[in-house]
Design a protein around this ligand. Sequence first.
Ligand code: HAM
Length: 409
Amino acid sequence: MKKEPIFALRGMKDTIDEAKKFSYFIGIASDLAQKFGFSLIQTPILEQTSLFMRSVGASSDIVNKEMYRFVDKGDNDVCLRPEGTAGVVRAFIEKKLDRQDKTQRFFYYGPMFRYERPQKGRFRQFYQFGVETFGEASAYETASLIMLAKNIFELLGISFEIEINSIGCKTCVKAYKQKLQTFLSSIDLCDDCKTRKEHNPLRVFDCKNASCIQNYTHAPKITDNLCDECQNDFDLVLDLLNGLNIEYAINKNLVRGLDYYTKTAFEFTSNALGAQNAIAGGGRYDALVEALGGKPTCAVGFAIGIERILDLMTLRHDELSANYIGVLDERLIKDAFLLSSKYRKSHKIHCETKARTLKNHLKHASKMGVKKIFIIGENEDKNETIWLKDLHEQREKIISQKDLERELD
Ligand code: HAM
């Protein structure tokens, strides 16, 4: 009896066709992050549910509606991480890095899980590349991170827009929340916003309900209610962005969907995507380390949504560099295999272990997206030469086998 195939879960997908772009992206982003002083950190995918309750926030949609949460065999309430920051902060405190009194920078990449309604650019398992800086209170670090994200996108040839806002600190948010609650009491709210109003009124700005969105255009905005310290910090970030020639738009409704933000928050969007157009988001979270039981440590970070970036990336020819070595006669396979093996530490080489006609080699190699094709037939074997075709420059020539290394891509 024919067995039924098993499919991936809804909102989850395999990375196969896009794997080349994925690795290229990770290479560019990791390299640049390291140039900005970040080093790799990897934290578990599964964490205690309370970690996200206390960081992302019990009133956020992510925690309230979207967590993959279950009780494990040891009776622990756990969930698949919906984002990366909380786990990095937990590790930072657990490893006592909060006591080191110095700037520490980490980057990470990996899968995140949110039980959202899947659509173009929105998955239930998706990948993020993120960076987090600890111990740098200054607006210079905030501006540096925006510059890092900008540099990553520019190296990938991706255009973007930046929206920025200040969400204030404990001091200014407290007074502002009261003002906002008074405003919310004067208008009609959807059921979700009624709850948001009681637990964390700022979250009303996450509402997707059209009439709520319309009503909140008249709401008082945190940006207009900042304390002096937050205002000065925000002004300096904007001044630095101007100095760096980075264009941005202030979006007073930008509160981000996570509770831990303080002061500057920002989002990168692309108008080449559909409704899910945010390609990166981040900001300061100066109170989170303390809220999770660590020594008060200011922090700032951002994360890039990798699937959305892969949609926007096109690989150029020189990024697909690779060599293909093939033979026309079966008796030559072993020699070609041994010859190519000498250079595989330093070059990307596919040695085809099936003899084919020249036409079939060309077809096969171009399907693989290689740049240079090296073919050895009987004549080449006798003369210790190789026939070479450069697919991108569309030129062919005969080279000596001794010159192979120099000719490899
Ligand atoms: P976030 O804005 O929730 O921030 O997510 C960052 C990025 O992840 C988004 O801009 C988007 O590109 C991508 N993303 C989010 N949800 C999905 C989804 N369901 N499917 C595909 N892509 C998605 C954070 O997660 C914060 N931890 C960022 C941060 C780091 N803030 C400070 N440090």
